[in-house]
Design a protein around this ligand. Sequence first.
Ligand code: FES
Length: 101
Amino acid sequence: MVTLNINGKNVQLDATAEMPLLWALRDVANLTGTKYSCGMALCGACTIHLDGQPVHSCVTPISASAGKKITTVEAMAESKAVQKPGAISTSCNAATVNPAR
Ligand code: FES
């Protein structure tokens, strides 16, 4: 049994210290917003924040989160930091690439 601070709440989970955070969050805590893809710290689909720093939860054991605050996409979605898609500007000032060159 481990105690984690997830999205501002202390939660007890039936998991071992060696278990990757990804599986603790998805399979034990039922927070499925964190996704699995490569499983090798390459793609970022499993990114969570530990004390505000992004980490790949697929390769981060539960033991690395001891005493730290875990923030998942579920908490970010509830905060004002994430805007609704319609609120994001669709204009683009990027230079175009000439495929003929
Ligand atoms: S699943 Fe791709 S970086 Fe973790």
